[in-house]
Design a protein around this ligand. Structure first.
Ligand code: PEP
Ligand code: MN
Length: 395
């Protein structure tokens, strides 16, 4: 396998080493000629909703998979996920929260940043890591882990069928109930794919047509690297994950580069510090931003700063840590006169046992029995509902 970094200028982290550069070129050309997956008007509508959320008039519930699987892009599974997302949003509003904007981590959440490029199996074999279905497959064989450019075309196709299913669902329900749209967001990680899907919007400006909301992950948010420059170049509402290593100065640079001033809802910062760090870290960021903090939609990701390995060696998270981070997030924003704009959760639509309720359970050496995630541990529907009800009560 040869390293193929040719099509991108330097300084893009977390890009796969594609198995064939020739094939990659053909795939990108094919993608450039495909219709957009989402239209610019829907992206603009979402930006308006995010702007309302930043002002406390709405609240964004973004929930779904850590890593979507291609095999789940069937109408049945997509509808089950959408139903779960909307049930969660209804639960939130019923518990006293503001009207919920409903967004899935869906229809494109096919690429994962990883801490290490390789992993070592029990027998000593070293393999490239799984980077999401848009790149390779999770099975622990060299063939499955090969980064195949043809997978980008499959990502486009499966995102397309997922979006059609979501749209049909929303249109079908609109006749009978108050119309509630399902927005789709994913991490914009694979820059060649994202760039190939940039289309001209109604204002003549380019927008990323792979999803309504595109965010940059915590590992790729360096202001002088390609991911942030890509986000700055598109018209969509964009997000950036802000973890404990983000310096307040870097966050200020990001807010300026990503044009938060342009209009409310343009920039969302998705804060994921961990339960013990959220208050001090978010407070220093808010102090450094001063007035500019009110241009941003602040969303809490209470999952990624609270990932732990349990006694059985599985990645897990405790709901108790999740709710504590949310509490700290709300407290820090309120202390600055700002409104929490939303929550980003990793959830399953069926009752998995990947997260535990209390931190004490993480000590158990007994493996969690229903652990099916291709990547990070997800909340079960019951756990997710508890988390949103808790959040609604805080607001
Ligand atoms: C994720 O959202 O799945 C993720 C990888 O998050 P982060 O970039 O915050 O680590
Ligand atoms: Mn994750």
């Amino acid at each position: 396998m040869t390293a193929t970094r040719l099509l991108l200028p330097a300084r893009a982290r977390q890009q796969p080493e594609w198995a064939s550069l020739d094939e990659l070129k053909d795939v990108l050309l094919a993608l450039e000629n495909k219709p957009p997956l989402v239209d610019a008007t829907a992206c603009a509508d979402l930006a308006t909703e995010l702007g309302r959320a930043a002002h406390g008039e709405a609240f964004v519930l973004q929930a779904g998979e850590c890593a979507e699987r291609f095999a789940d892009a069937t109408p049945d599974v997509v509808l089950a996920k959408a139903d779960e997302l909307h049930a969660l949003a209804d639960e939130f509003t019923a518990a006293g929260g503001p009207p919920a904007v409903r967004m899935g981590r869906i229809a494109g959440q096919y690429a994962k940043p990883r801490s290490n490029p390789t992993e070592t199996l029990a027998d000593g074999t070293e393999l490239p890591v799984y980077r999401g279905d848009a790149v390779n497959a999770p099975e622990p064989t060299a063939a499955a882990r090969s980064a195949l450019p043809s997978r980008l075309l499959l990502a486009y196709r499966h995102a397309g069928t997922t979006l059609s299913t979501l749209l049909e669902r929303d249109l079908g329900l609109a006749g009978r109930t108050a119309p509630q749209r399902t927005y789709a967001g994913h991490e914009a990680l694979l820059l060649e794919y994202e760039q190939a899907l940039v289309r001209k919007g109604t204002d003549g400006r380019g927008y990323g047509s792979s999803g309504h909301f595109l965010w940059i992950g915590d590992r790729t948010r360096q202001p002088d690297h390609q991911h942030v420059q890509f986000a700055a170049s598109i018209g969509n509402p964009v997000g950036v994950k802000i973890g404990p290593s983000a310096s307040p100065e870097d966050v200020r640079t990001l807010v300026r580069m990503l044009g938060a001033r342009r209009h409310p809802g343009r920039l969302t910062l998705i804060v994921r510090m961990g339960r013990d760090r959220i208050v001090p870290k978010l407070t220093s960021v808010l102090r450094a931003l001063g007035d500019e903090a009110s241009d941003v939609a602040w969303i809490c990701d209470p999952m990624h700063g609270n990932t732990r390995v349990n006694g059985a060696g599985q990645k897990s998270r405790a709901v108790e840590d999740v709710t504590r981070e949310i509490e700290g997030f709300v407290t820090a924003l309120h202390a600055h006169g700002l409104h929490p704009a939303g929550l980003m959760l990793e959830t399953a639509h069926h009752p998995v046992t990947e997260c535990v309720d209390s931190a004490a359970e993480l000590a158990s050496a007994r493996p969690l029995p229903r652990y099916e995630s291709a990547c990070d541990p997800r909340l079960s529907p019951r756990q997710a509902r508890e988390v949103v009800a808790f959040t609604a009560a805080l607001l």
